[in-house]
Write a protein that binds this ligand. Sequence first.
Ligand SMILES: [Zn+2]
Length: 309
Amino acid sequence: MIPIVYHPRYNITAFGLERYHPFDGRKYRRIHDALIRHGLRRPGDFVRPRKATRDDLRCVHSEDYLRSLRRPDVLGTILEVPIIRRLPAWVVRWRILRPMRYATGGTILACRLALKHGLAINLGGGYHHAASDRGGGFCVYSDAAIAARRLHDEENMTRVLVVDLDAHQGNGTAAVFRGWKWAFIYDLYEDGIFPARKEPEDYPQPVGPGLTGPEYLDLVRETLPDALDAVQPDLVVYNAGSDPYGRDPLAHFRLTAGDLAERDLLVVTEVRERAIPLAMLLSGGYSAESWRIHADAIEGILTRFDGPP
Ligand SMILES: [Zn+2]
């Protein structure tokens, strides 16, 4: 059975914060519940991560940056919710930073489990706009880079490839990876949207708005195998953002829920056919249907890749 990493503390509920940002802070629980409802997992089947430790965070982030997160004004800017500036610091720490630390711990655990079992899914994480000394676009901790650094140092993982199919460029991950010769990024993103300043990447696929599902899937089919074969990574971290969805308010692709399920299955299949371990993260997705899109896509992956019970 494919390990699925989840902690109830992933969910962000902060006094109606969700009214100020098109982000569903409870989507993690909704996906978890859907997998149980559909008979794919029992409650005890999920693997609970620990919170990312201070040492985990420090292996990518500067001390100054981590200290700055105690300030509600800094966090309000990163999360694009100005009202956070008016919340007491302890509320911000407890209701917003703590969930993100758990999800970062989840990404580290999912990567470890992927190396052991071949495939693992974290029902959270994918904060790809966070770099060493700055956050942005709702991303505080650079979880994929933290996990890559940990495994590179501890588990003999020599090359990592992040496959980033969130609609936005993974500028934070890319900025961290530029300093690491062993870390690579393939990134298909919409060019004209956030972030304004794009980072250089190993395998960038910038595209214009309005891409349809078939066009998008063809592009992945044509370009991803070359990146996998060129890098030959020991681990792929897949940033499976659901914001290429046609009704997402923060991007302009025209994919259907079915296209996104096909995309996730395509990526997992391409990677696993090469016997490369893969850890999947959720990343962005800002439509009300985001949780359902992820749940359906994960259901497709489990149906094909779960072993016999
Ligand atoms: Zn995004």
